[in-house]
Design a protein around this ligand. Sequence first.
Ligand code: PMP
Length: 377
Amino acid sequence: MLIMQPGPTPVAKEVEKVMSREMVSFRDAGFVNDMKLVVDELKDIWRAPYAFVIPGTGTLGMEISICNSVKKGDRVLIVSHGSFGDRFKDICDSRDVEYDYLRSEDGAIVPVEVIEAQLKKHNYKAVTITHVDTSTGVKSPVKEIREMLNQFEDIIFILDTVCSAGSERIYLDELGVDIMFTGSQKSFGMTPGLSIIWASEKFMKRRNDLGKINEFYNDLNNWLPVMEDPIKYFSTPPVTLIWGLKEVLSLMKEEGVEARYTRHENNAKAFSTALEAMGYSMFVTKEEERTCSLANIKYPEGIEIDDALFRENLYKKGMDIAAGYGEFFGKIIRISHMGNVGQDELLQAIAILEETMVEMNIPVTVGAGAKAFKEAL
Ligand code: PMP
C-alpha cells in the first residue's frame, strides 16, 4: 500500500528490522548507549540545548509546551492556521490558562503585523504558532515571526513542528524557538509512539521559574535527569521505539539533513505542478505559505465529485490518502509526501490519481501530470 497519509507515513525496512530485535532490559549497557546517542543526535541535528524523547504523540508535545511554560491565569496568544492550531485552545482551557486567539483566513497566514499588534495589547507569557498546520497545509513565516518577537523578551515562543520537523528546514537556535516538538509518525518516517521535544535554555528557565506545577508525567523536570543520563529511571523507556528512532536518525544523516530538506522542497514543487496540470488547485494559493510536507488540494472546479468514493477508489488501487480534516472534511483532500515518500512514489501516485479520474469521468489530460512532474524536476 502506498501510504500517503500525513502520519503514520511509510517506515523504512531498516527501521522495521531493528524494531523487531529481541527485547533487552532498559538498563542494558547497549540500550543505555543507544538512548544517549539518540538524545545527543536530536540536540545536534536540530541545534537545541535540550532534547526529550517521551512515549506519546504530537499532542503530548503540545501539552508539555503549555504546562511547562505557563500556569493558571497566565495569558497566551494562540495563532492558528487551521484545526491543529485551534487545538491549543482546548489545551489552555484544560489548564485554566487565559488566551487570545487569532485565526487566519482559510489557506493563508495570520499576517505578522496582526500578531505584533495583538501582542502589544497584553502581557502575554507565551505565543503558540503551528509551523505547518496539517489541516490546511499553511506554513508559518517563522523567521519573520522570530524577528518581530525580539521586542517581547518575556514571551516563550512555542512552535508546533509536528508536521514539519524532518521535512521543513528548521534549527531551534537559529530561529530562536523556545520549544518545538513532533510525533515520530510524521516526517521522521517512524512508527507512531514517540513525542520528540526540543527546548531552549530560556524555556527550561521558565519551567524552573514556575516552581511546582500540577503535573507529573508532563513535567519536563522529571524527564530531564533521564535524558541527561539514561541509566536513571523515571518511567520505562520504549526500548523498541528508541532503536527505531536511532536508525531513523542514522538514515537521515546518511542522506544529509540539508539534502533531505532540499529533496522535500523539490518534490513538493514538482508534485504541486503535476497536480495543477491535472486540474486540481492548491488550497494554499501563495507558494511561500505552502508546506513541502504534504499537498492540500481542491478537486477540479465545476465537477461534482463524490469525495468518499474517490478516496475509496484510490484505496482499491493501493493508495491511501487523507480526507480533509475537521471543518475541511469533504472540501479538500490531503496527499502527504513527507519522510520516506520519494519521486518514485509520487509518480506512482500521479498514475493512480489519473487512472481513477479517467474511471470516474473526471476530465484530465492523460500524461500531463507525469510530464509536468518530470519537467519540474
Ligand atoms: N499538530 C499538528 C500540526 C498535527 O498535524 C498533529 C497530528 N496530525 C498534531 C499536532 C497532533 O499530533 P498527534 O496526532 O501525534 O497527537
